[in-house]
Design a protein. Structure first.
Length: 317
């Protein structure tokens, strides 16, 4: 499948000690996603009536307690002929949207266009972007990518060459360990306290099993992508916008030596963009035009639950 439009909306960075995050005190996740999708539609010269599906992913509160943000984004952008779908897979949500898109486009018509968006904002009192989690800052922003099974009429042309996933659901308890279900959202931990559930999980199970299986999953995905690439060079590898310790433990440490110099990360100016790291990384790659025809870029992603995803694109022309 081919990329027909891409965009990211990232507000200005804010520093707190050694941590940095993109911050906007006014917009919610759907606002960022709407802006990103409109930009991607415009830059790709795409008629909104041709979008058949919209996948919207997020990890944090979207501004209302009981609604479908995907439908509201579709309404605002004039996508009257599409099926809006909300995706909940924590930080892997945007990548999951690309996985589902690839499966739909294999079965659909070559004229179908599918949009994937993400949008998140992290603000007090509900979420402390610099303290709710270990070694990680959370940045506001939105992303959008538009795909089709047919190439766009105008270049440069980018094609998705490989999509792969691995899931280990037994580690999902890391995000609720030690907590009983509550009767209403945010009625117990306010702001969100990810540190306490991770601490409880580690006290019960340790981290050796998770580290082992996480590295194994990512290593398998990288090896599968390398096999798919064949003799074509992987020029860039984009890692999730996480803290240095997690990024090194789960991703950088399993890369073959020949790929270590190709690593790219943008966490230093955005922080972790919730469900949007992968889409933002793909947009960065496309926007800067760093790939020559025939070169590849590999994007790695992971999200609590846990699912890991690898996506590889090439510049065709």
């Amino acid at each position: 499948m081919f990329i027909h439009g891409s965009a990211s909306i990232i507000p200005s960075s804010y520093r707190c000690g050694d941590m940095v995050a993109s911050v906007d005190h006014d917009k919610f996740g759907p606002d960022f996603a709407e802006e990103a999708l409109n930009k991607a539609l415009s830059m790709g010269g795409i008629n909104v009536s041709s979008i058949t599906h919209l996948f919207h992913a997020w990890i944090n509160y979207q501004g209302h307690p009981f609604w479908s943000p995907a439908h509201e984004i579709a309404r605002r952008c004039g996508l009257d002929n599409c099926l809006p779908v909300g995706l909940q897979q924590l930080s892997n949500g945007g990548a999951c949207g690309i996985v589902l898109t690839s499966r739909l486009l294999r079965e659909g018509s070559g004229d179908d266009l599918i949009a994937v968006t993400t949008g998140d904002s992290f603000r007090l009192p509900g979420f402390d972007r610099f303290n709710s989690d270990y070694d990680l800052s959370y940045g506001d922003g939105g992303t959008a990518l538009i795909f089709s099974a047919s190439p766009p009429e105008k270049g440069p042309v980018y094609r998705v060459e490989f999509v792969g996933t691995r899931t280990r659901s037994e580690f999902g308890e890391m995000y609720f360990s030690g907590k009983s279900p509550s009767d209403a959202p945010f009625s117990v931990d306010y702001p969100v306290d990810i540190k306490s559930t991770k601490k409880s999980y580690i006290e019960k199970f340790g981290m050796d099993g998770f580290k082992r299986d996480a590295r194994k999953a990512v290593a398998e995905l990288v090896n599968d992508a390398l096999l798919d690439a064949g003799d074509l060079p992987i020029k860039e590898i984009y890692l999730p916008r996480l803290g240095d310790k997690v990024r090194e433990m789960m991703y950088a440490s399993v890369l073959p030596d020949k790929l270590s110099s190709a690593v790219v990360t943008a966490a230093d100016y955005t922080g972790h963009l919730g469900a949007g790291d992968t889409l933002a990384n793909i947009n960065d790659c496309v926007e800067k035009g760093g790939l020559a025809p025939g070169e590849l870029a590999l994007f790695l992603s992971g999200g609590g639950g846990f699912t890991w995803t690898a996506i590889m694109i090439s510049r065709v022309q």
